[in-house]
Write a protein of this length. Structure first.
Length: 415
C-alpha cells in the first residue's frame, strides 16, 4: 500500500491572514493532509493562479497528518486570485491598502454568575436561544465582521467561591462528555455560530480553558475538534490564558507552549491565537524568540480599560510587530470596546466614546499601521443591533452598534 495523502480545501488549507489581505501583508499558505496509507514521500505543489510558489515532497508517517507552509509577500498582487494545492482551490483577494476598521471580535457566551463586572448584560446573554445567536451573528456580518473569537467555551458557573483548577467545577457551553452543561438557555451556541459563520464565509476561533484560572484539560481539545471539526468555518484555536507580558514569571507562557504541542498533533493547519496584555518586559521578548507559543499574537490594547493611552498602545504594538515579523509570525490587534463605569463593563463613553479625542475609532487608527487584522473585545454586551431582543447591554450597546455601523458605511467598501 502506497501513501494516500488526502487534502480538502475547506479543512486542510488555511490562508493566514485570512482573505482579503493587503499588499503590505506577507501571506502564509498552510497545508495539512492526512495520510491513510504507508509512510513515505508526498509531493505538494502550491500555486497562486498559474505561478508555482512551493513545490516539494514532504515526508509523512502512516495514519498521520503531513504539514507544510510557505510565506509569500503580497506586494504588487492587488486583485483577485486562486490559491491551489494539489488541485484543491481557495480564493484570495488582495487590496492595495488596509482600512481602519474592525475585522472581527470576541463573543462571550455565558460568564460566571457572580462576576459583577458583566452584570449589565449577563442574564440577557445567558437567555439567548439558538435563534438569537443565529440572528446576532448575521447582524455582525452586516457591519463587516469576518471573524469570531470565542471568549470562554468552558466556564465556571461561580467564580469567587470555586476551587480552581478543578474539572468538577467547570461547565461547558456545548454538549460535552467531559463537563456538565452550563446554565445558558441555548443547547449548542458553538454549533449554531459555526454554522451561521460558515454560511457567511466567516472565520471562527474556538477557545479552550478560560481566563479565570482554568487553563485547560488536554481532552477538551480532542473533544471540541471531534464535535466541530466538520465545519469549514472552524479556522483556528484561541488559547484563553491571558498572560501578563510585564511580569518576569514564565509559567503562563509554558502553559501556552504545552497547549500548542497538543494542537499541532490534532490539526497542524489551524492557527493558534493568543491575547496577552500589558507592556512586554525584556525577558518575555527573549522567550518569544525561542519558544513556540502562538501563530498569531493579538495583544489587548488596554485603552478601553484605562491601563494605556494611545501613545503607549502604539509603542507596544510597534515592539511586538517587529518581534512577530522577525519570527515569521502574525500580528493582530485586540481593541477594547468597553470602559469601566465604577466596577461595571459598559460600552465606550470616555474620551469621545466611539469617535473623539481618544475614542474607539482612534484606537483602531492607532494600531492599524502595525497589524494584519483588528479584532475587538467584545461584540456581546457592547454592540447590539437596533430592534434586537434581548437588548443586550441596553441602549448604550445599541448606540455603539449604530455609531460603528455609520462609521463602517462612511469609510466605504473597496473595489
Amino acid at each position: 500500500m502506497k501513501t494516500n495523502f488526502i487534502i480538502s480545501a475547506g479543512h486542510d488549507i488555511r490562508l493566514l491572514p485570512f482573505s482579503p489581505v493587503c499588499e503590505c501583508d506577507t501571506l502564509e499558505i498552510r497545508v495539512q493532509g492526512y495520510n491513510n496509507g504507508e509512510e513515505g514521500e508526498v509531493p505538494v505543489c502550491i500555486k497562486i493562479d498559474d505561478e508555482i510558489i512551493f513545490s516539494e515532497s514532504i515526508h509523512v508517517k502512516g495514519s498521520s497528518y503531513g504539514f507544510c507552509r510557505c510565506h509569500v509577500p503580497m506586494q504588487g498582487r492587488c486583485g483577485t486570485h486562486t490559491v491551489s494545492v494539489n488541485g484543491e482551490t481557495v480564493s484570495l483577494k488582495v487590496y492595495k491598502e488596509p482600512l481602519a476598521k474592525l475585522d472581527g471580535g470576541f463573543v462571550i457566551i455565558g460568564p460566571p454568575n457572580d462576576r459583577i463586572q458583566v452584570s449589565p448584560f449577563r442574564e440577557d446573554l445567558k437567555a439567548f436561544t439558538d435563534a438569537n445567536w443565529r440572528e446576532y451573528i448575521e447582524k455582525l456580518a452586516e457591519i463587516g465582521c469576518q471573524c469570531i473569537v470565542f471568549h470562554n467555551c468552558q466556564e465556571y458557573l461561580r467564580l469567587y467561591d470555586t476551587e480552581k483548577p478543578n474539572p468538577e467545577t467547570i461547565a461547558a457551553h456545548y454538549p460535552s462528555g467531559l463537563h456538565p452543561k452550563s446554565d445558558i438557555r441555548s443547547e449548542d451556541p458553538i454549533g449554531v455560530i459555526l454554522e451561521t459563520a460558515q454560511n457567511h464565509n466567516m472565520h471562527v476561533f474556538l477557545s479552550v480553558g478560560n481566563c479565570y484560572g482554568h487553563t485547560n484539560f488536554d481532552d477538551d481539545f480532542y473533544e471540541m475538534h471531534a464535535l466541530y471539526g466538520k465545519y469549514t468555518s472552524f479556522y483556528g484555536w484561541y488559547l484563553t490564558n491571558e498572560v501578563n507580558m510585564s511580569r518576569t514569571g514564565l509559567e503562563g507562557w509554558e502553559i501556552l507552549r504545552h497547549q500548542c504541542e497538543v494542537i499541532r498533533e490534532i490539526s497542524p493547519v489551524k492557527p493558534i491565537l493568543i491575547s496577552p496584555f500589558d507592556y512586554p518586559c525584556a525577558l518575555v521578548l527573549e522567550y518569544l524568540k525561542t519558544h513556540d507559543v502562538f501563530d498569531i499574537m493579538m495583544p489587548q490594547d488596554c485603552v478601553g480599560s484605562g491601563r494605556f493611552d494611545l501613545k503607549r498602545s502604539a509603542d507596544m504594538h510597534k515592539i511586538l510587530s517587529e518581534i512577530c515579523t522577525s519570527l515569521q509570525k502574525h500580528f493582530w490587534a485586540n481593541c477594547e470596546a468597553f470602559n469601566f463605569k465604577e466596577k461595571l463593563l459598559v460600552p465606550r463613553f470616555k474620551d469621545g466614546g466611539m469617535d473623539g479625542e481618544s475614542g474607539f475609532v482612534q484606537q483602531i487608527e492607532t494600531v492599524r499601521p502595525f497589524v494584519e487584522k483588528i479584532m475587538n473585545f467584545a461584540y456581546t454586551g457592547f454592540f447590539t443591533p437596533p430592534g434586537f431582543f434581548p437588548k443586550l447591554g441596553g441602549e448604550a450597546a445599541v448606540k455603539q452598534y449604530e455609531e460603528y455601523r455609520k462609521y463602517y458605511q462612511k469609510i466605504g467598501e473597496r473595489i
